[in-house]
Design a protein around this ligand. Structure first.
Ligand code: 5GP
Length: 201
């Protein structure tokens, strides 16, 4: 019986986790993307079912009440959640699924599924994080200060994570995450059921 991995990538806004996530998905077709549900409005380039499933607050609350989420969190005044069914269908098939989620979501998943593999992406320093947030040109002073405050708070919860990737160089960080996934796939615990089946146990 081959079961897929649950992979979490998290980290402060501006650390580069989204870019790393997309690049890992491009290079490892065996790793599937988990499409989240959100109440925030779509950005111009975003497509329904590709980037997110966009819902009204009322629809989202219905989904919570129906127990449809693996985790749900409020991030910068919008709701975001991981729908359960799709993820478990993939895992049961033996696919690996990767989530790009905030730290509250990471904590909920780790609590329910301790075998989930959690990766935290951080810039080498807070100064670099600030430069990257400014470089986006989309954040107000207020939002930069808020995001830097959150970053410190998130980093202080580092023990929640199995791996920490300091994103100094994008290419090296992408390779590190790919190496982590490859190693996790060969772990004894990942393969225990398969070994037992071979042994006829
Ligand atoms: P954005 O609005 O820029 O797409 O995402 C904002 C934040 O929400 C990011 O930190 C992202 O990791 C987080 N996020 C996206 N999807 C989910 C989800 O399903 N659950 C949780 N907990 N956070 C999410």
């Amino acid at each position: 019986m081959k079961q897929g991995l649950l992979l979490i990538i998290s980290g402060p806004s501006g650390a580069g986790k989204g870019t790393i996530y997309n690049e890992v998905l491009n290079r490892m077709p065996s790793v599937k993307k988990s499409v989240s549900v959100t109440t925030r409005a779509p950005r111009p380039h975003e497509k329904e079912g590709v980037h997110y499933y966009f819902k009204t607050l009322e629809e989202y609350q219905h989904m919570i009440a129906a127990g449809e989420f693996l985790e749900t969190a409020s991030v910068y005044s919008n709701y975001y959640g991981t729908p359960k069914k799709h993820v478990f269908d993939l895992i049961e098939k033996g696919d690996d699924v990767m989530f790009e989620i905030d730290i509250h979501g990471a904590r909920q998943i780790k609590k329910r599924y301790p075998r989930a593999v959690s990766i935290f992406v951080m810039t080498p320093t807070f100064e670099i994080l600030e430069q990257r947030l400014r470089g986006r040109g989309t954040e107000t002073e207020d939002s930069i200060a808020r995001r830097l405050g959150s970053a410190r708070n998130e980093l202080s919860q580092y023990e929640l994570f199995d791996y920490i990737v300091f994103n100094e160089d994008l290419e090296k960080s992408v390779e590190s995450v790919i190496d982590i996934i490859k190693a996790e796939k060969c772990k004894m615990k990942t393969n225990e059921q398969r070994v037992k089946a071979l042994l006829g146990n």
